[in-house]
Write a protein that binds this ligand. Sequence first.
Ligand SMILES: Cc1cc2nc3c(=O)[nH]c(=O)nc-3n(C[C@H](O)[C@H](O)[C@H](O)COP(=O)(O)O)c2cc1C
Length: 188
Amino acid sequence: MTVRTGAPRTAVEVPVEDARALRRVLGRFATGVAVVTAMTPHGPRGMTVNSFASVSLDPPLVLFAAARSSSQHGAFARPGPFAVHVLGEDQRAVSARFAAPGLDRFDGQEFVPGEDGTPLLPAALAVLECRAEQVVRAGDHDIVVGRVGRATKAVDGPAVRPLLYYGGSYRKVSDEYDGDIDWSPLLL
Ligand SMILES: Cc1cc2nc3c(=O)[nH]c(=O)nc-3n(C[C@H](O)[C@H](O)[C@H](O)COP(=O)(O)O)c2cc1C
């Protein structure tokens, strides 16, 4: 069935039971890309996520969702420290490395230990050192809520450009809106 929306776009309803089709709908929400890391008794672990979100400023809380089926799930779905690295547009290879199944992701990967031993990756646009406070079961994922203990950002400048994920592909920011929104059509 096609449905007319307000904007000059034609919409198609998809069955929510169809996971692949639903994923394509959810892929219309553009996100940044982050790598979460944690130290475990078996060594450093990490995975690429785009479910990262800021939650609260006071107290400072962030979240991401970890697939329960992931080999990395156990490293994050527990109380303890982890770090979030917000990737820049030149870090597609880092994203790919930390999403690759069956690879030792830290093999040849440069990192330094944070204050609590969490592996910190170089060159991210922002790094949030956190401690998981809540792990909430949500279907086939667990939502990890972390309190931010330390926040670092790359110094502002032309090289600070985010890696984006949209429609199942990596993207770059291409345009910035110039000036303010024209509100006049809303003013009677
Ligand atoms: C751009 C991108 C975003 C992703 N976001 C998530 C996410 O939010 N949560 C998650 O559990 N996996 C996410 N993944 C998938 C994991 O990175 C990947 O499946 C996992 O690390 C693969 O390892 P495994 O097969 O050993 O579990 C994402 C992958 C990519 C490329």
